[in-house]
Design a protein around this ligand. Structure first.
Ligand code: ADP
Length: 527
């Protein structure tokens, strides 16, 4: 749970850093763009001021000439005016209006109707500006007017005086369109622009795709007492030049890296957690295996004890024989002594000792077989002794049940390294099963065959018994599978035999035909 929170923290930290860097880069770009727009805007304002001042200066020169010449003759005035308008293209028209407010001369207007239009334009504002010009004796600029030819403009009034007497005025009609187009074109300004006066748009050049909500800059400009506001935005080319993919790339890359880091951390911790879980599961499994091995060894021991029960009759018989010989010799001993037959006495004692040895060897074998042998070291023993001793336990039983025993044991088999008690247990189990299989048959044969081939010891136990049903063939090595009646079979013999042979690096196979008999084949590696 804790590491999930850490993974989230890594993600949040990474995302915050990425967004922070993105924001910083974007801000830097915006700043560069705003500076550029501010520069352009300041330059435009400066150029407007300079241009207008220059043009007004020209008008002032015309007014001076008027005063100097005591009224300029029409031809010269007209020539001056046209010349003036040719070089100062921001002019819409130029006129001399006499003291009675009548347009006397106008350039480039020829027709009466046009002259009237101009007068209209003048009259729109003549009161304020004219009065101002008259009283202050200086230049006055009207507020914006609608030009008869379209668009907006403004009028520049220049009062004329003859010998101190007001003699009308020169009026220059400027078009905002002309003035600003000229300035923008000559100054190579490509910034979108809107010029306003008292909240009214007087000039506008804003391309359609301009985002007017972004990076707008306002500059105020005052010329001869007239206030205008210029609004500028970054042009598309300026935006293209100063914006790059870098901020977005940094953001995407940063987010990806943080995501990757947090996932890597999360999965690494998950793997670690799973590893610990697996290790604990492994420990549990090891413990369980140990328990199973213990149980198995207990089972082996129990089945062995069960086999001992099976062999009780044979053992009794085996022990009975030496006991009979001992008893007979002991009985005869005093008689031989009485008859002074010393040699016979010695022989009787020797026989007794031999039989005691035999009984001791049988008991030793039984004790050996009876104890838990799972942890015994493997010992090197004679293969012949191994097979014969196993058979010895049951021979008497076979005899009493009229079972013919066929032995085919190669005489000088090599030594084998094994857990003697366990292999004996396997052979005993196979022989007991063979005995049970032939019990109710007319022909009762149990055989054992042992031979060596290719550094392997082969032992076969066969019988002429009932055989195994094909459907049972797959199950006979399963624990607790038995076809024997309750109390007689445990169903453990073959499964334990199989485990013992495998532990010895050998193999156990079975062939059987129902009603004819069964053959178990063991093979064990020779040292
Ligand atoms: P159990 O002898 O206690 O039943 P085993 O594991 O030794 O347990 O044998 C399992 C079963 O295999 C027997 O119940 C029997 O059905 C079958 N079986 C084993 N050996 C023979 C045999 N020689 N002939 C016929 N059936 C056999």
């Amino acid at each position: 749970m804790k590491y999930q929170i850490i993974a989230c923290l890594i993600l949040c930290l990474g995302a915050t850093l990425s967004i922070g860097s993105w924001h910083h880069l974007k801000q830097h770009e915006t700043l560069v763009i705003q500076n550029e727009v501010a520069n352009q805007s300041a330059n435009i304002a400066k150029v407007i001021r300079v241009q207008l001042t220059e043009q007004v200066q020209s008008l002032k020169r015309m007014a001076k000439r008027w005063e100097y010449n005591n009224g300029t003759p029409f031809d010269q005035w007209h020539f001056d005016a046209l010349n003036f308008m040719t070089y100062e293209q921001a002019y819409h028209s130029l006129a001399w209006v006499d003291r009675y407010n009548t347009i006397q001369w106008a350039a480039p207007i020829k027709q009466k109707s046009e002259s009237k239009l101009l007068l209209n334009e003048i009259n729109q504002y003549h009161n304020n500006a004219l009065q101002q010009a008259r009283t202050t004796h200086t230049v006055a600029i009207s507020q914006s007017v609608k030009l008869a030819h379209g668009g907006k403009g403004f009028l520049v009034f220049l009062p004329l005086y003859l010998k101190g007497e007001f003699d009308g005025y020169i009026v220059g009609v400027f078009s905002f369109n002309k003035l600003l187009s000229l300035i923008l074109e000559n100054g190579h300004f490509d910034t979108p622009i809107t010029m306003m006066e008292a909240g009214q748009i007087v000039y506008q050049q804003v391309p359609e795709n301009t985002r007017i909500d972004q990076n707008m800059l306002q500059t105020k400009i005052t010329v001869y007492g007239r206030h205008w506001e210029i609004y500028n935005w970054p042009s598309q080319s300026l935006l293209n030049k100063n914006t790059s993919m870098l901020p977005n790339m940094v953001l995407t890359f940063g987010l990806c890296i943080s995501l990757l880091l947090s996932f890597s951390f999360y999965f690494a911790r998950q793997v670690e957690r799973k590893k610990v879980e697996l290790e604990s599961k492994n420990d549990e499994l090891r413990q369980k295996n140990k328990e199973i091995a213990n149980t198995q060894s207990q089972l082996v021991h129990s089945t062995k004890l069960a086999s001992l029960g099976e062999m009780a009759t044979g053992i009794a018989h085996e022990l009975n024989q030496p006991l009979q010989v001992i008893s007979m010799n002991a009985e005869m001993g005093p008689e031989y002594l009485a008859q002074n037959k010393h040699n016979r006495v010695v022989k009787a004692f020797t026989d007794i000792m031999q039989q005691v040895d035999r009984a001791q060897s049988i008991i030793k074998q039984l004790r050996c077989f009876g104890r838990d042998s799972a942890h015994d070291e493997h010992q090197t023993i004679s293969s012949n002794e191994l097979v014969n001793s196993s058979l010895m336990f049951l021979k008497r039983q076979f005899f009493s049940k009229n079972i013919e025993v066929r032995e085919n044991i190669a005489p000088a088999l090599p030594q084998i390294k094994c857990n003697k008690v366990q292999i004996e247990q396997v052979l005993l189990n196979l022989l007991v099963n063979a005995r049970d299989a032939v019990e109710d048959c007319d022909e009762k044969v149990v055989g054992i065959k042992a031979f060596q081939k290719d550094r392997r010891l082969y032992i076969e136990v066969y019988d002429s018994g009932v055989g195994i049903a094909p459907e049972a063939m797959d199950k006979i090595f399963d624990p607790f599978f038995t076809t024997k009646e309750v109390g007689k079979g445990t169903g453990l013999g073959l499964s334990i035999s199989h485990a013992i042979i495998e532990q010895h690096g050998g193999e156990i196979k079975v062939e059987s035909e129902l009603g004819k008999g069964t053959q178990f084949m063991l093979q064990l590696p020779l040292p």
